[in-house]
Design a protein around this ligand. Structure first.
Ligand code: CP
Length: 304
């Protein structure tokens, strides 16, 4: 089985059938990670390069683990320890990597559209591991997989995405994915963190946490993306947490069986109270587990 596309650049361009194929394939790979010997020969002889221009714990590690569990050779490159620090451009770096004939390049970059530029330049498959505030497609896929696993469906669910919507590539990819899959999505956050015209993507917009999470099935909490904010767009972290921190009091407004998600890294006590992050509603670590399966599925489906 193979995806009929060279790259995974965003959820926006994926069809519902393609998303379902990826989620189904990922489900079939979960079992491999529970074995004593967590390795199958599926991608033996293939080479995967992780090219990360921004820090990462979950995405980079899970791509490396995914490649190794499928017996591919995985190579990690951090911009901070590469010839990027000597002034080499993104395009020169990519052309030099292409010359070594890998099969897939996984790329994270602070500039929106950087993986799209490489996609047009080099013959290898590119997977976008997060480009600026634009998209983080593999995060949205693992999120949708986790929702489907826990709730049995995505269609018809009420999902609230809360926090720094304007600077969040996770929010954008999840909005594209969840609305395509038939969920009812509400976004909530301070007006200074809400992109203009976000409602045109088919979501309800709220500025109050309590209003957004009333009777929802899923609350997806986002970190404030300080690294992407040019000005102070709220007075203080304490002020933000007073209004937008998900805690034991306000979570009671959601459905009794509400699930709490967070892409990580968490800022405990800012956007989510520690007892909620670690509590019975939280499926945050299930998201991380499923991240390996989603990335195995994408490596498999792109290389065939
Ligand atoms: N969710 C996510 O992208 O985490 P990392 O930045 O640690 O990869």
């Amino acid at each position: 089985m193979k995806l009929a596309r060279k790259d995974i650049l965003g959820i926006k361009e994926l069809s519902v059938d393609e998303i379902n194929l990826i989620l189904d394939t990922a489900e079939s790979f979960i079992e491999i990670s529970t074995r004593d010997i967590k390795k199958v020969p599926t991608l033996r002889g293939k080479t995967v390069i992780n090219l990360f221009y921004e820090p990462s714990t979950r995405t980079r590690t899970s791509f490396e683990i995914a490649a190794k569990r499928l017996s591919a050779d995985a190579v990690n490159i951090s911009a901070s320890t590469s010839s990027v620090v000597k002034g080499e451009t993104l395009i020169d770096t990519a052309m030099n990597l292409e010359a070594m004939n890998p099969d897939i390049i996984i790329m994270r970059h602070s500039a929106a559209g950087a993986p799209h530029i490489l996609s047009g330049l080099i013959k290898q498959s590119i997977i976008n591991a997060g480009d600026g505030a634009h998209e983080h497609p593999t995060q949205a896929l693992l999120d949708m997989m986790t929702i489907r696993e826990k709730k049995g469906k995505i269609e018809g669910l009420k999902v609230a995405i809360v926090g720094d919507i304007a600077h969040s590539r996770v929010a954008r990819s999840n909005i594209y994915g969840l609305t395509k899959m038939g969920a009812n999505v509400t976004v909530a956050g301070p007006a200074t963190m809400m992109p203009r015209d976000i409602d045109k993507l088919g979501v309800r917009v709220c500025y109050h946490l309590e209003e957004a999470i009333k009777d929802v099935d899923i609350i997806m909490v986002l970190r404030i993306q300080l690294e992407r904010q040019e000005n102070n767009i709220f007075p203080s972290l304490r002020e933000y947490s007073n209004y937008y921190c998900l805690n034991a009091r306000n979570i009671t407004l959601a459905k009794d069986d509400v699930l709490v998600m967070h892409p990580g890294p968490i800022n405990r006590g800012v956007e989510i109270a520690p007892d909620i992050a670690d509590g019975s509603h939280s499926i945050i670590l299930d998201q991380v587990t499923n991240g390996v399966a989603i990335r195995m599925a994408l490596l498999y489906l792109l290389t065939g």
